[in-house]
Each structure stands twice: as C-alpha cells, then as structure tokens.
Design a protein around this ligand. Structure first.
Ligand code: PLP
Length: 389
C-alpha cells in the first residue's frame, strides 16, 4: 500500500483477489464470448456466470446488468439514449453531478432539450424542489447518490417517490438515473429500495481494475447510441472485458463482505479526523460533519485551508509525500470545476478556492490520519504566515 494515500475517491489500489481473478480468467478464458467455437462458448458461459454473480452482489436480476468500460460510459448510456426521442423534452440534472453527466447539458440543450438544474443547497438536493420541476414532458432525471467532492448522500428514494407519484398522476414515464460510483462498497445500497431505473458503478473505486464498470438498468426502453456487435443486449456493443469483469466481481465480493466493518472503522476515523481538525487554526471542514445529519459518506472529507489556493496546498502536501486532491480528481481542469460545484452549493468563492479533498479507504489508519493532520497544521501555518506578511 502506498503510504500517505488519501485520494481513494479518485481511485483505489487493486486488491489481491481482483488481481488473482484477472490473471486466472485471462489465462483460462481466452476466447471471445461471441465466438462460436469452444473457447468462445466457454467464455460466454463464464460471462453468464459472472453476470449472475454481479446481480447477486447488487441484489438485482441478472438481466439488469450491463458491463461497460466504467462509470463515464455507464452514465452516458441513459443520457445519450434520449437523443433517439422524436420530440426532445425536459431533462433534470442535479447541480452537483460529476462531469460524466453534467458535460452533456450543453449537447442536449443544443439538440432542443429543456435542461433544468436541481440545486443542491449545502450539498443536498430537495425532493420537493425536484417535484416542482417535473412536467408532462420530463424524460430523464439524474441525481447522484454520494457526491464525489463533499461526500453528501442524496435522498434518492425520496426523489424516486416524488417521480413515481407524478408518473401515476400523469401516466408519463420518467427515467431516474443515479450515479452511485462513490457509494458502492462504501455505504449500504439497496437498488430496489432506491427505486432508480438505472445506476452507474465503476470497478476502480472499490479496488477493482480501471476500465470496467456496470450499468444497472431495469427498463426495456433504453436504446444505446453506440452501435456495433450487439453485445450486452445491444446496450454496450464491443467485446466484453472478461478478465476485467471477473476481477471487478472479485473486488466487489471482497468490498461487500468487508463493508460493515470498514464503514464502522471509517466512521470512527472520520470522527477522529473531524475532532483533530477542529483544533487546527485556519482549517475548516467543508463537508457536513459526521454527526450533523447522518447523510454524509465518512470516506470523503472536503476541508478548506483559509486563504491558501487548493492547488498550492495540494502541491505542498505532495512535497511532504501526501496524495490528496484539490477537488474531484477524475477530470481535467479539476480545480475550476470543483470551485464551481462548491459555489453552487452556497460556499463562498474564497472557501471554494481553498478547498481540498481528503478521502479514505479500508487501509487508512488512525496514525496515518493523525500524521496527516499534523502536516496540514504545519504547512497551513507556514503558508498562512507567508500570506499575512
Ligand atoms: N462519477 C463519479 C461520481 C465519479 O467520482 C467518477 C470518477 O472518477 C466517475 C463518475 C467516472 O468514473 P470512471 O473513472 O469509471 O469513468
């Protein structure tokens, strides 16, 4: 394990089980699952078995599982499917979606869709506000489960409830898509209870390989924009990444087994971290506190270093051997985007500009966190002293 790694929300190291599953599958199932010879038929049977395994781990039917290249692709499928509609209607995005979703706003607007933004004051969307945005021509609603910058957990089941009531009243179907990337393996998820139509997951966020993901989709009416060999029931054409899928399942199995214990440990660590933070001068918690409302992931903590731009602080911490993030690390020009996200939540531009993200994983220890806090204190004092001069 890399010491001083506090960027688990960006990506995670592959676990031993995933590495082993990858190697074993790559060596055993060499065929293309679409080929009609023995190697292909064996690979197809293995893939079927794996799909059943993923479905069990997610608590959903196997027919709802589509394997993709990651969450960016899983998010894109239900969004781009809207382009097949004859008449573009309304699409609602929460204001705190990851770029994998929010970057489609412009394209959809250009294609004539009526894009509405559901605000997330203090990091949370309001189901009643969502209900007020629903119209008879609303086609799609996208709200993430755990925000990747501040860790807020959105009220997805309540959002779904408002949508289903509206559907009953109007007889119109509205697709609810949920980016649940930062939730899977970290906090318990019940997709059936959440009542979403589709959800996106990514293996590298739970110690699986990069470049593999899942689209959960329970509807029959999504038509992919990508065309090709018809794999994955036409939703995601392209030769399946058999070894990657097996590795993802091994990681998912591992992470689900460890979830209660790891969550309890992360919650203790987070409280400890918050307590240490409260005694640091010029440093403040931006994420909601663990004890404020119970709707925050203990694994993601955004903090601001008063008066110090986050990219400078991240760089200084890098020089001290720490891997932390100046926002969401999964897009270029990250800084600007997380600033915009934070100001949209109601934080001042100066807080947004000085916010860094610390994210934990199962390997994070109390000692490591204590050292991190000491280093944050030392470096922030030094920099703040320079700024004051
Ligand atoms: N959605 C969220 C919330 C994320 O944090 C990320 C990650 O980086 C993504 C989507 C994109 O995931 P991937 O890297 O698998 O495409």
């Amino acid at each position: 394990m890399i010491p001083r790694y506090f960027d688990w929300a960006a990506t995670t190291p592959m676990c031993a089980q995933a590495l082993q599953a990858y190697q074993q599958t790559a060596l055993t199932y060499i065929g293309n699952p679409s080929s009609l010879h023995k190697a292909g038929i064996d690979a197809a049977a293995f893939l079927k078995e794996q799909r059943g395994q993923t479905a069990i781990l997610l608590g959903v039917p196997a027919t709802t599982i589509t394997y993709t290249s990651g969450a960016t692709e899983s998010d894109s499928i239900p969004i781009l499917a809207q382009l097949w509609r004859r008449t573009p209607g309304r699409i609602i995005f929460s204001s705190i979606e990851h770029d994998a979703i929010s970057q489609y706003r412009r394209l959809l607007q250009d294609k004539g869709f009526d894009i509405k933004i559901l605000r997330a004051r203090d990091g949370y969307v309001d189901p009643d506000e969502l209900a007020s945005l629903l119209t008879a021509d609303t086609q799609l609603v996208c709200v993430m489960l755990v925000n990747n910058v501040v860790g807020t957990v959105q009220p997805i089941a309540e959002i779904a409830q408002r949508i289903r009531i509206f559907q009953k009243e109007t007889g119109k179907m509205i697709h609810l898509h949920c980016d649940a990337v930062q939730a899977l393996g970290k906090i318990p998820i019940d997709l059936i209870h959440l009542d979403v139509d589709s959800a996106a997951f990514s293996a590298h966020k739970f110690q699986g390989p990069r470049g593999v993901g899942i689209l959960y989709n329970r509807t029959a009416n999504l038509t992919a924009l990508s065309k090709g060999g018809g794999q994955e029931r036409m939703l995601r054409p392209g030769t399946e990444n058999t070894a990657g899928i097996a590795a993802m399942n091994a990681a998912l199995d591992n992470t689900m087994n460890g979830l209660p214990e790891n969550l309890a440990k992360a919650t203790v660590l987070r409280r400890d971290f918050e307590q240490r933070l409260s005694s640091l001068r010029g440093v403040a918690l931006v994420s909601p506190s663990m004890d404020s409302n119970g709707r925050v992931s203990p694994y993601i903590a955004a903090i601001s270093i008063h008066g110090i731009p986050s990219e400078i602080f991240t760089r200084v911490m890098y020089d001290r051997g720490y891997c932390i993030s100046s926002g969401s690390a999964c897009s270029n020009n990250t800084k600007l985007k997380s600033d915009t996200l934070l100001t949209s939540m109601g934080f001042s531009p100066s807080t947004a500009a000085s916010t860094i993200r610390i994210s934990f994983g199962p390997a994070t220890s109390r000692e490591e966190l204590a050292q991190l806090c000491d280093t944050i204190q030392e470096e922030s004092e030094k920099l703040q002293h320079i700024v004051r001069k």
